[in-house]
Ligand binder design. Structure first.
Ligand code: GYE
Length: 358
């Protein structure tokens, strides 16, 4: 059985039964008091978040904090790793010392977790991995994982691009792409980059360059400025998240160029991932971002469901992939077929945006 932290709530009801003013009590005894002790067991969750680089990450943190509240029967210990694996390892070691009931880890990179996860296992603390994955030699080192299929997200965006390119009749070799990658070594970067590279190979597009933008707006802008200085024929910018896309758009517009889908007439097309904020969707509605593969950050309730099933003695699925959409305001591409499965493209309208962000 798991250790529980005891949050002892003392409800002290002083039943002072005063008999007469200044009296020492009934029959001369001490005042009668009733101490009622209610013992409520809160489940202690130590959550090592990797950082605060993007809108996606803020929504993810928010979802965890809103779920693991005292009202819901939890105590959440939150640690921000600030993009450093060493900080996350330190946080996990602290959680082990604190004898938390569960460790939740959103790992910055995939590799390098074996030792610390073995320590958690030896301490008998289940570890739930969220968002990016861990690449460990022994999968029994974590209980389960919940997150997105990042490679599929990449395949959706590139298949959308492929169909769009065919529809506007542009030759594959005339598609000149730059890739602003996410944080190198994290699963979302690895999967999305792979999705692009595979499509480049399959369709024969021209991949000019790849550089990490660390999933931030600032770095996305810097990288795009460098790309624009180096290449004068870029017509597609593959941004591995929306924050990088905002930065890239800023750089393109400051350079006096136009973002949009009309790449036959000199516009530069931006595609990206996440779709968490209204801002990103509004950009998509205007065609400033041509297409966005959704990445859903609302993992709090999913992790809660996993913990509840573990508490009930059940064994949750080892890997739980979240279903996600693909958005574009442009109606040219309607359906994507990837590995034999159809995905409808959600054609954005103001109404759809209002519904999603009430
Ligand atoms: O897409 C990006 C972020 O790993 C899915 O990390 C996550 C990615 C997300 O900061 O915005």
């Amino acid at each position: 059985m798991l250790k529980k932290s005891l949050a002892i709530m003392m409800t002290v009801m002083l039943g002072l039964m005063m008999v007469g003013c200044g009296s020492s009590g009934k029959d001369g005894q001490a005042p009668e008091s009733t101490v009622k002790e209610e013992i409520k067991e809160n489940i202690v969750v130590g959550f090592s978040q990797l950082g605060a680089e993007s809108d996606w990450r803020s929504a993810h943190t928010e979802s965890m904090k809103a779920t693991f509240t005292e009202e819901n029967g939890y105590e959440l210990i939150f640690e921000d790793g600030q993009q450093k694996q060493a900080n996350q390892i330190m946080a996990i070691r602290t959680f082990i010392q604190q004898e938390v009931d569960y460790i939740v880890l959103a790992p910055v990179t995939e590799t390098g977790w074996d030792t610390v996860l073995q320590e958690a296992k030896d301490a008998g603390i289940p570890v739930i991995i969220v968002d990016r994955m861990v690449d460990v030699s022994d999968e029994s080192l974590f209980t389960c994982w919940v997150g997105a299929d990042f490679e599929l997200e990449g395949q959706k965006v590139t298949e959308w691009l492929n169909q769009y390119a065919i529809a506007i009749n542009i030759a594959p070799e005339d598609i000149h792409i730059v890739n602003i990658q996410g944080t190198l070594g994290g699963s979302s970067q690895i999967g999305r980059t792979k999705g692009l590279r595979d499509a480049v190979e399959t369709y024969g597009w021209d991949l000019l360059a790849e550089m990490p933008g660390d999933f931030t707006r600032t770095k996305g802008k810097e990288v795009m400025e460098d790309f624009l200085n180096l290449y004068d024929n870029i017509n597609v910018v593959y941004c591995e998240n929306d924050n990088e896309a905002y930065g890239a758009i800023e750089a393109i517009e400051s350079a006096g160029k136009k973002v949009g889908l009309d790449i036959m007439n000199g516009e530069i097309m931006v595609v990206s991932f996440d779709g968490v904020k209204r801002d990103a969707m509004s950009y998509a509605l205007k065609g400033k971002i041509a297409c966005i593969a959704e990445c859903n950050p609302l993992h709090g309730p999913r992790v809660q469901a996993i913990i509840e099933s573990l508490e009930a003695g059940e064994q949750p699925e080892k890997f739980y992939f979240v279903d996600e959409e693909i958005f574009s305001a442009n109606e040219t591409v309607k359906t994507l077929n990837i590995n034999g499965k159809d995905y409808q493209v959600v054609h954005l309208t103001q109404e759809i945006i209002e519904q999603r962000y009430q």
